[in-house]
Design a protein around this ligand. Structure first.
Ligand code: TRP
Length: 371
């Protein structure tokens, strides 16, 4: 009934992140790692300060290689619909890492995956591929250091590597890693081999052995657990990763751990300001009291209030966030006012994003990898 499901294709129920750390076998980001990141970045991103990026694999190893100039990053996007704020958080952080560390980024678009796993035509997936690429570019990645790999377009260089991975993975491994059954179509069984490829393709292209860091939301971890087992057998390092929590759904964290695009309660990067306001006012789960008098007297609960939880992601200023927390808790700030703060924050971001997105149309060619 209240079962929690977390796979790369489905996230449901209450997500207990501490439990995930032990179940997935990832590690918490500790103080000494924070220091190492700060040493190189010159600052600590608020996603790290607030534990939104909360776990990792082999981050210390990655930074040791980075210090030798021997490192790159890899992340990706599955194009099957419009991009929502939840997707954007991982990429904002990835962009920050790129800016601060000067890393090359390989960005995979898994159009094959979405075709295989969703009931959608290839034409529709290609439309979303184009739309999603614009959003990624609009977030401000460096065109000189960012290389888009589109699975069906770059199959010529990816497939020969993917089959090397596939040869080392059995059906029984993907069954247990992803919960697949005999009913799964053939393509889905093969797919994780494609998602493994960008974690070492740059080595093949550059002709050297480099360390890879994958920023991603925690649901993608099963792919990289499998990848980590296989890559040393092919002469590459295990990829390191840094993993984020999910941005909660507007409807509240209790029902859905992840911001879902299918509930009609996500905010898309292409939403106009009226739509954003309407969605937040109507759907954002409130931690406020039932009446104004009660709220003034008892105060609200920011820990379950989705608008507050979203501000943890999108209000960078710790002092401002702290004041909002205290004012809401004391009853000084009302739920409607808190929602308005979030509306203004998101709309300011989207206004700039949508301008960048228009300009991105002329930049596409600079981002798509050419051999
Ligand atoms: N499978 C991911 C999705 O469905 C897309 C993806 C491909 C990805 N490669 C990645 C995500 C690497 C994070 C890191 O959205």
């Amino acid at each position: 009934m209240d079962k929690t499901i977390i796979t790369p294709w489905e996230v449901k129920g209450n997500v207990d992140y501490n439990k995930l750390i032990s179940e997935f076998g990832v590690s918490k980001i500790d103080e000494s790692l924070m220091k190492q990141i700060e040493k190189h970045a010159g600052e600590i991103h608020h996603f790290l300060r607030r534990n939104i990026f909360f776990a990792h694999r082999d981050l210390k190893f990655f930074f040791d290689e980075y210090e030798k100039g021997n490192a790159f990053m890899y992340t990706g996007c599955g194009p099957s619909g419009p991009i929502h704020m939840g997707h954007a958080t991982v990429w904002m952080f990835t962009k920050w890492l790129q800016d601060k560390l000067g890393l090359d980024l390989w960005f995979q678009f898994t159009d094959d995956e979405k075709f295989l796993f969703k009931d959608k035509s290839m034409d529709e997936i290609q439309k979303w591929l184009y739309e999603n690429m614009l959003d990624v570019i609009a977030l401000g990645f460096d065109p000189k250091k960012t290389h888009f790999l589109i699975d069906t377009k770059h199959a010529g260089i990816m497939y020969p590597e993917a089959i090397k991975v596939a040869k080392k993975i059995t059906f029984s491994t993907v069954k247990s890693a992803f919960g697949f059954t005999n009913e799964n179509n053939l393509g889905t069984i093969f797919f994780t081999s494609m998602q493994a490829v960008p974690a070492f393709l740059p080595n093949i292209i550059a002709g050297k052995k480099m360390a890879c860091l994958i920023p991603h939301a925690i649901d993608q971890d099963p792919h990289f657990r499998v990848t980590r087992d296989v890559l040393p057998k092919l002469g590459h390092y295990k990829p390191a990763s840094i993993q984020s929590m999910f941005l909660p759904g507007l409807g509240g964290m209790k029902e859905d751990g992840k911001l879902s695009s299918s509930t009609g309660e996500a905010i898309y990067l292409t939403d106009d300001k009226k739509t954003v306001r309407k969605k937040i006012m109507k759907y954002a789960f409130s931690g406020g009291q039932a009446t104004l008098e009660e709220h003034r007297k008892k105060g609200g609960n920011p820990d379950i209030d989705v608008s507050y939880q979203w501000l943890r992601f999108f209000e960078e200023d710790d002092n401002k966030l702290k004041k909002i927390y205290e004012d809401y808790k004391s009853g000084k700030l009302l739920s409607g006012e808190l929602k308005q703060i979030l509306v203004d924050k998101i709309n300011a971001f989207l206004k700039q994003h949508q301008k960048n997105r228009e300009k991105a149309k002329d930049k596409l060619d600079q981002f798509i990898f050419k051999q």
